[in-house]
Ligand binder design. Sequence first.
Ligand SMILES: NC(=O)c1ccc[n+]([C@@H]2O[C@H](COP(=O)([O-])OP(=O)(O)OC[C@H]3O[C@@H](n4cnc5c(N)ncnc54)[C@H](OP(=O)(O)O)[C@@H]3O)[C@@H](O)[C@H]2O)c1
Length: 352
Amino acid sequence: MSDLTFMKIALRLSLKGLGYTEPNPLVGAVVVKGGRILSCGHHRGFGAPHAEAMALERLGVSGTTLYLTLEPCSHTGKTPPCADLIIARRVRRVVVAMIDPNPLVNGSGIARLRAAGIATAVGLCRDQAERINRHYLKYIRTHAPYVAIHAGLSLDGKLSDDAGRSHWVTSEELRRLAHSLRGEFSAIMAGSGTVRADDPLLTLREAGWVGKKLYRVVLDSQNALPRSLRIIRELDDFPLVIFSSRHAADRSPRTRHHYFVDSDGNGLDLGEVLANLGRLGIASVLVEGGGRLIDSFVRQRRFDEVVLFYAPKIVGGSGATRLAEALELRDFRLSELASGFILRGFRPCSPD
Ligand SMILES: NC(=O)c1ccc[n+]([C@@H]2O[C@H](COP(=O)([O-])OP(=O)(O)OC[C@H]3O[C@@H](n4cnc5c(N)ncnc54)[C@H](OP(=O)(O)O)[C@@H]3O)[C@@H](O)[C@H]2O)c1
């Protein structure tokens, strides 16, 4: 078993905290001696013990090698410095995937270990570690959340039919996966158009996300959403954040987190919206639409990732096309190439 093998185990462990640690990072730790894993740990959630503490706290063995997906902290936050714990446990060697860019750490954790005579190696699986912690990295460097755009689309790029119905663009299976995706983020965002059209709750109801806290964010320039909408309800695990324009006729807050920000002809200032979310400690946002909001994020280059769920159907564009009348392709096949992908599918009754 090599350094690479143990680091990969630590990376996989770090993912166990996915959705629960923000604005903290995902971290995994593996302690090894004589080629055998003695203990493991991962950061389970915000405010919970760090991965290093979980792995080392009750271990009485010295002379070990510790594999960490992120540099250990060297400052006292909610928990004492992990670098000191590593030194106290007389670890012989520490292998770290990436330096923690948090200004409170940023190399000082490694420096403290080296000063104590512990051998260190930095950079093994760095790309993978950075990918896993992409929300944290964006947040810690910019103080604004990582933004992923999500949409369920037909093959011809329709989010809904001409009547604005979007519920059934994708299959139940895809919708369940899309719903569960919410759990990986700290907040979900929708525009007032979607909230009015679909009256969604914007919560997380998929099993597997027990105790998950998720902010619901709505952009409503005029502060005019009807009080009868389901989203206006305050739910403990799903706090509601509303953004409206500074120039809205009605400036009375609808929720504990109601912000009034700049706006122009294209809607609210997304930079200001994201900066406010960052101040709330929100490290990642899943933008769920609709079309106008997604268009704003794309045009203003305010997104980091897209997650598109495609249904193998063609809705078509003109007249009163209904989703129920969309043409569903059968026996479709997807071929992936380095520069794109090819989809081949058949019309249900072709040839007719
Ligand atoms: N298939 C899918 O995945 C999916 C997902 C979501 C929604 N949808 C569908 O999309 C449709 C609604 O989409 P939509 O395009 O009409 O509305 P939308 O994008 O949900 O909301 C747009 C509205 O948000 C407000 N807004 C505030 N700041 C904005 C900004 N910077 N950029 C853009 N909008 C801003 C504006 O209204 P105010 O001036 O009132 O603030 C704007 O009209 C519905 O039919 C819904 O079912 C489909």
